[in-house]
Design a protein around this ligand. Structure first.
Ligand code: C5P
Length: 239
């Protein structure tokens, strides 16, 4: 069954403290996002990839596509928040997906952060299959730290029982109908806050996601030191 991918890459990467957004930072002469795109391009059953980038980086992304000969990729303009970027990507899948839906099969959209380059085919397959069957699916990981709520004065309010909670990671998968409807029905404040697409699917479509524990390599490049870690993983894979 045809699977399409939306890669939100419209962020400015403020937490790295670098001038260049982390997805465009070079690792062995190649921008990080190019490794992520390649991970999806290698998967034969993935048909198309839409990358959502900030307006000022659209030309840069197009250059990257040409230079590294990415073939399945289209660029769309991102939005002011991550949800808006994802929504633009999903809508861009638009007509093409609707045509396929008319032929009867549920179509799956995988959403994945551009800054998680080490995703592998077998895990993508698990997510895609679960999304096809359940309508939505997402990667989770055990928590490494306990989550606590703080008071506005900087004291402990309450703490959560770590064993009961999980970190929500990427990739996530949805049938095209579910993700499109979730974004059509959600509110402006959903777009501006919250980072959980799975929650939108549950709230606006009644679709409860299947959660699947993923490998540690799903980790997100967030800080400057993560770029060095990504570099050493890529170096190992090149040897
Ligand atoms: O900031 P954070 O690490 O949560 O970003 C996760 C992903 O969302 C990144 O790939 C980033 O580029 C993307 N993003 C986006 N549009 C925004 C903000 C973030 O596509 N406005």
């Amino acid at each position: 069954f045809p699977v399409s991918v939306v890669l939100p890459a419209g962020g400015t990467g403020e937490r790295t403290g670098l001038q260049t957004p982390k997805q465009f930072c070079p690792v062995f002469g190649r921008p990080l996002i190019s490794y992520t795109v390649q991970a999806f391009e290698r998967v034969s059953w993935i048909k198309s990839i839409v990358v959502a980038v900030a307006k000022e980086n659209m030309d840069l992304m197009k250059e990257i596509i040409q230079r590294f000969q990415h073939r399945k990729v289209r660029v769309v303009q991102g939005g002011s928040t991550r949800h808006r970027s994802i929504c633009n990507g999903v809508l861009a899948l638009g007509e093409q997906e609707e045509q396929e839906a008319a032929e009867g099969e549920p179509k799956v959209v995988i959403i994945h952060d551009a800054v998680r380059p080490f995703v592998e085919e077998d895990f993508l397959f698990k997510i895609a299959m679960a999304a096809k069957e359940q309508g939505a699916a997402g990667a989770i990981r055990p928590l490494v730290s306990t989550v606590i709520a703080t008071t506005s004065e900087g004291f402990l309010d309450h703490s959560l029982e770590r064993a009961r909670y999980r970190a929500s990671e990427m990739p996530q998968g949805f049938t095209y109908d579910v993700i499109r409807q979730a974004y059509q029905r959600c509110t402006e404040s959903d777009f501006d806050f919250g980072t959980e697409c799975l929650h939108l699917a549950l709230q606006y479509c009644g679709t409860n996601a299947k959660l699947i524990e993923g490998p540690p390599t799903l980790w997100k490049v967030t800080y400057k030191r993560d770029l060095a870690a990504a570099e050493s993983i890529i170096k190992e894979s090149l040897c």
